[in-house]
Design a protein around this ligand. Sequence first.
Ligand code: MLT
Length: 411
Amino acid sequence: MATINDNYLKLKAGYLFPEIARRVSAFSEANPEASIIKLGIGDVTEPLPAACCEAMKQAVEEMSDRATFKGYGPEQGYLWLREKIATQDFQARGCDIDASEIFISDGSKCDTGNILDIFGHDNTIAVTDPVYPVYVDTNVMAGNTGSAQDGGTYEGLVYLPISADNDFTAALPQQKVDLIYLCFPNNPTGAVATRDYLKTWVDYARANDAIIFFDAAYEAFITDPDIPHSIYEIEGARDCAIEFRSFSKNAGFTGTRCALTVVPKSLKAKANDGSTVDLWPLWNRRQSTKFNGVSYVVQRGAEAVYSDAGQAQVKQLISFYLENARIIREKLTAAGFTVYGGVNAPYIWLKTPDNLSSWDFFDKLLHNCHVVGTPGAGFGAAGEGYFRISAFNSRANVDDAMRRITEKFKA
Ligand code: MLT
């Protein structure tokens, strides 16, 4: 009989969002008349920018003509897209990133998991608590952790607690770690990182020969001009950081799929024989072996984000969701909730009322208000007692959800 990857048996439960979907559909089946508003998973609701749709339609036309048809594209992504990203997302903000260091992919979720392919199993890995669960679960699957422990953590991982006490920004680890996951604007807390804060991490990583995995999937939501959008805005980050970006949340590509990962050519790590090895060729090798690139049509759609029209339309989308976030923040605050985030991020992180556990609050909100959010405990042990509300929905649904919640939970 074939054997399995036993690491999968260490996983505590189903992935958070399918687990929520399961509970919601059970409720829905039992209460078919309930109109449920979903502010759980951070999935966009508004249509793609018109510029992206136009570009994709034109690309489909090209694919229907032998003269302009395209087969396999470059595994790393088309150069015309990578050049626009390099100049407009990075060089325009003073980051020394070249198009050759950008890899187009079908998602940041996939890339933050896949990146582990090129790292060894003996690294000490730090994650914040709470954290985007993909970072933890992919390390469990890869065999980089021990077993699940009471309290919901995994043996072998270094957990850096984040809470209102430290502005949801983790202190540097006491011990030496090799790989560090940072996500700013933060999922789930909506917190942002200042330049000085990121510099402490870059300095730590360089002093300890560590690599930072910087997830910037929500950078487009930054409204404060002093907040960096990329870790490469910090001097020295080219030598210690890999950055993940996505078109999902800025241009609504959650169902269209396009993202990018930046692997600077200056990044290095150690091989088993003690020699120093460049990471870029390893990631290039991994991608060209296991990935055949994002479709031509979708890459043309992503390219249109960088046109003048595309930029204006993306800005409108972001403003729309940020206005939702403002409404959620203000209504919940007025109803007596303690809320965080939602200013430079599409997520509002609140303290559950009456000391309810986060899953109990989830059930109460679902049963009493027919509103779905995400229990903080699903993001880690330190997320217990908190709850995440996503601003990704129509204005009518956000208004309706806030009306239902404030009616039930008046201050
Ligand atoms: C979330 O709700 O945390 C996100 O939608 C997850 C993701 O982007 O994969």
